[in-house]
Design a protein around this ligand. Structure first.
Ligand code: CA
Length: 229
C-alpha cells in the first residue's frame, strides 16, 4: 500500500511540474509581448512619424520591422529618427517638402551624401525584435541581455551605388561580440585568441566584407557564419 501512495505522489508531482511548465511557457510569449499587429507600438519620440503606430509591411522609409528587413535609400535608415521625412530620390522635391513643412535641411548629416546608395539590410530578433517584451513601448533590442554583447545579434548589409561603369556593390556581415570575446586595438578576438573581426559600433564585429571587382576583402579567421557567435 505504501508503495502505491509513493508511486501516486510521484505521478502527481510529475503532473504538477508539467502544468507548471506549460503555464510558464505559455505565459511568457503571447501574453507578455506586444506585437506590431496590436497597433500600439509607435515610432520613437524623435522620429518624424511619431506618434504614429508601426505597421506591418514596408513603411515610407523602407523599414519592414515585422520581417526584420530594410530596403531603400541608405539615408532613410537614419532620416526618420532624426525627424526628417523619407527621401524618395528627388533632391528638389525633397528640399521643397522640407521648406513646406518648416524643417531644416539634412545637408550636414554624415549619411546625406549616401542618399543615392541602395541598401538592403536584414537582421535577427536579437538585433531588433518585432515585438516589445520588456514593456517600454518600443521594439526590443538585445532582449534579455543588458547590451548586445553575447546576445547573438547579427545584421547584413547589401549596398549598391553608382551608374554604368562606376556602379559598385558592397556586402558586409556584422555580429555582436560574444561574452567571452576580448577587444584589442580595435579588433575582437574569441576565447581561443582567434580574430573574430574589426570592431564596429563598440559591441559588434565585422565578420565578412565583399566588394564588387575585388571579391571577399575580409573573411573572419574565426569564421564568417552566424551560427558561431
Ligand atoms: Ca521594448
Amino acid at each position: 500500500m505504501k508503495k502505491i501512495y509513493i508511486g501516486l505522489a510521484a505521478v502527481l508531482i510529475l503532473i504538477g511540474a508539467m502544468l507548471l511548465n506549460t503555464n510558464v511557457s505559455s505565459a511568457k510569449k503571447p501574453e507578455a509581448c506586444t506585437t506590431i499587429q496590436d497597433g500600439v507600438l509607435t515610432y520613437s519620440a524623435t522620429h518624424y512619424l511619431n506618434p504614429n503606430p508601426l505597421k506591418i509591411g514596408y513603411d515610407e522609409y523602407g523599414y519592414n520591422y515585422q520581417a526584420h528587413m530594410f530596403k531603400g535609400s541608405y539615408a532613410n535608415v537614419y532620416l526618420g529618427s532624426d525627424g526628417f521625412p523619407p527621401y524618395k530620390g528627388d533632391d528638389n522635391a525633397y528640399a521643397q517638402r522640407l521648406t513646406d513643412e518648416g524643417l531644416s535641411n539634412p545637408d550636414n548629416k554624415w549619411y546625406w551624401p549616401y542618399r543615392n546608395v541602395d541598401l538592403l539590410m536584414k537582421w535577427n530578433n536579437a538585433w531588433l525584435a518585432n515585438t516589445d517584451c520588456d514593456g517600454d513601448g518600443l521594439l526590443d533590442r538585445h532582449y534579455e541581455f543588458t547590451s548586445y554583447i553575447g546576445s547573438g545579434a547579427w545584421e547584413t548589409n547589401h549596398m549598391k551605388g553608382g551608374e554604368g561603369k562606376d556602379s559598385w556593390t558592397y556586402f558586409t556581415k556584422i555580429v555582436a561580440a560574444p561574452t567571452d570575446a576580448t577587444l584589442n586595438s580595435g579588433v575582437w578576438y574569441n576565447a581561443e585568441g582567434i580574430e573574430i573581426g574589426p570592431s564596429i559600433w563598440g559591441e559588434f564585429a565585422t565578420i565578412m566584407e565583399v566588394e564588387s571587382g575585388l571579391g571577399a576583402t575580409y573573411i573572419s579567421p574565426a569564421g564568417p557564419g552566424f551560427g558561431k557567435y
